[in-house]
Design a protein around this ligand. Structure first.
Ligand code: CO
Length: 169
């Protein structure tokens, strides 16, 4: 396994739309292992392939993200499709490994149903609530080039980007 380099905002790569994975081959399997190692190394709860420069519809998530006392339980999600979103919304303070040390409150559906392929090429469905629902929605957004601060009002978004740019200099 290897720790991969993370692509940081404002790299344009993060705005790319990722492509569906057709063959879950050895290259994809290796990438998923490296992504898990990279996520854990950076103490993230989720990491999309585009965040390591691979425009593929795949992400890894720590299924124990909402249970701090348990050791990490990483899961690889391939070609995810949201099949249901709750009408109820909930706010969470989100962050992103590609946008270090910046956090903002974002409102999203409280629960989601997700269809995806596993690394063994099985089709699975899961229902998530709480932090895990937030996490998968955040990661799926990455596959479409969407970043969490895109949900802020224009004023707040401009302020966020300004603050981030100042931090980088
Ligand atoms: Co992110």
């Amino acid at each position: 396994m290897a720790i991969l380099d993370i692509v940081y905002f404002p790299s344009k790569i993060l705005r790319e739309k990722s492509k569906k994975i057709i063959n879950i081959d050895e290259k994809i399997k290796q990438l998923s292992l490296d992504m898990i190692e990279t996520m854990l190394e950076h103490k993230g709860v989720g990491l999309a392939a585009i965040q390591v420069g691979e425009p593929l519809r795949m992400f890894v998530i720590d299924m124990h993200a909402d249970k701090e006392e348990l050791s990490p339980n990483p899961l690889v999600i391939i070609n995810p499709v949201v099949t249901h979103q709750s009408a109820t919304l909930r706010s969470y303070t989100e962050g992103c490994l590609s946008i270090p040390e910046m956090y903002e409150e974002v409102q999203r559906p409280e629960a989601v149903k997700l269809k995806y392929q596993t690394i063994e090429n099985k089709i699975e469905e899961m229902h998530l609530t709480g932090l895990l629902a937030v996490c998968v929605q955040h990661e799926i957004d990455h596959l479409d080039g969407v970043l969490f601060f895109d949900y802020l009002s224009k004023l707040k978004k401009d302020r966020f980007i300004n603050k981030f740019s100042k931090k980088q200099n």
